[in-house]
Design a protein around this ligand. Structure first.
Ligand code: NAD
Length: 261
């Protein structure tokens, strides 16, 4: 029996037809690539970002390829804003089957003793609480509708290995891994699955904000010798959202060129 039939037999299939994905951070980098890849696969896509112009640009690109996409402005630091984003998603497309929580900020910083409380709070507010709020509101909407669903959260290879000058960022990403695993266990019996994705360096605007010298150093530290392209992460997310991956939950999907090996 092929994987689609196995998943269908167990009622676990997530078909893209008429299904809705909500992608945060979809105005840029991986979130944008994921939104466009899901749209190309036939998903209805809500493109959510703090930067509404960037979100609108992703929506235009999706619609130019006959996709069904809708932009929503969200500040993932605010539970109320995230609640409204999920409400708008259901109001626009009628349901929510996939939450992809990729809004985030960079964490390159200082040694622990030199790191300000403001820096730590800023990282935790967006990268950890932002994912927490999104995941919690997405689960609530899925439960309310009686829907099975999948949530994919952006962790990082930095959650799995240590490096200097990034403790606050790595701490938030490691916490996302555990929050994802805990949530997966809590809601598995409701048919809601949760996966944390752990990319290594990815060639996005966040990565390009580093000087070229720093980018070269980062790339040299990756066993495959280069950062991933956003589209490589997006293809993996499309696969995770397919019936091929229907048995996967409560786990970390690492895609890092060997960075955390
Ligand atoms: N680029 C990398 O090397 C890398 C590696 C591993 C993990 N990650 C993680 O992947 C995710 C996406 O990273 P990226 O490189 O695509 O970043 P990016 O900077 O290209 O895109 C991030 C998007 O998040 C949005 N955003 C920021 N704060 C927000 C807020 N408060 N509310 C809503 N939206 C907000 C930004 O406007 C932006 O459009 C992040 O969680 C990041 O930590 C990145």
């Amino acid at each position: 029996m092929d994987s689609q039939n196995v998943a269908a037999e167990h009622g676990e299939e997530i078909s893209s037809a008429g299904r809705t994905a909500l992608v945060t951070g979809a105005g840029s980098g991986m979130g944008r690539a994921i939104a466009l890849a899901l749209s190309a696969e036939g998903w209805n896509v809500v493109v959510a970002d703090l930067n509404i112009d960037a979100a609108n640009s992703t929506v235009s690109a999706a619609r130019a390829s006959q996709g069904r996409a809708h932009a929503v402005q969200v500040d993932v630091r605010s539970r109320q804003s995230v609640h409204e984003m999920v409400e708008q998603t259901v109001a626009t497309f009628g349901s929510l089957e996939l939450g992809v929580n990729f809004a985030g900020i960079t964490g390159a910083g200082t040694l622990v003793a030199d790191t300000t409380e403001e820096h730590v709070r800023a990282i935790v507010d967006v990268n950890l609480l932002g994912v927490w709020h999104s995941m919690a509101e997405e689960v609530s909407a899925m439960l309310k509708a009686g829907n099975k669903g999948l949530i994919i959260n952006a962790a990082s290879a930095m959650a799995l290995r240590a490096a200097p000058r990034s403790a606050a960022y790595a701490m938030a990403k490691a916490a996302i891994v555990h929050a994802s695993r805990s949530t997966a266990v809590e809601y598995a019996s409701n048919g809601i699955r949760v996966i944390a994705v752990a990319p290594g360096p990815v060639n996005t605007p966040m990565y390009q904000a580093n000087t070229l010298e720093v980018q070269r150093k980062i790339a040299a530290g990756v066993p495959l010798g280069r950062p991933a392209e956003s589209e490589e992460i997006a293809r993996a997310v499309v696969w995770l959202a397919s019936s091929e991956a229907a048995y996967m939950t409560g786990t970390v999907f690492t895609l890092d060129g060997g960075d955390s090996a």
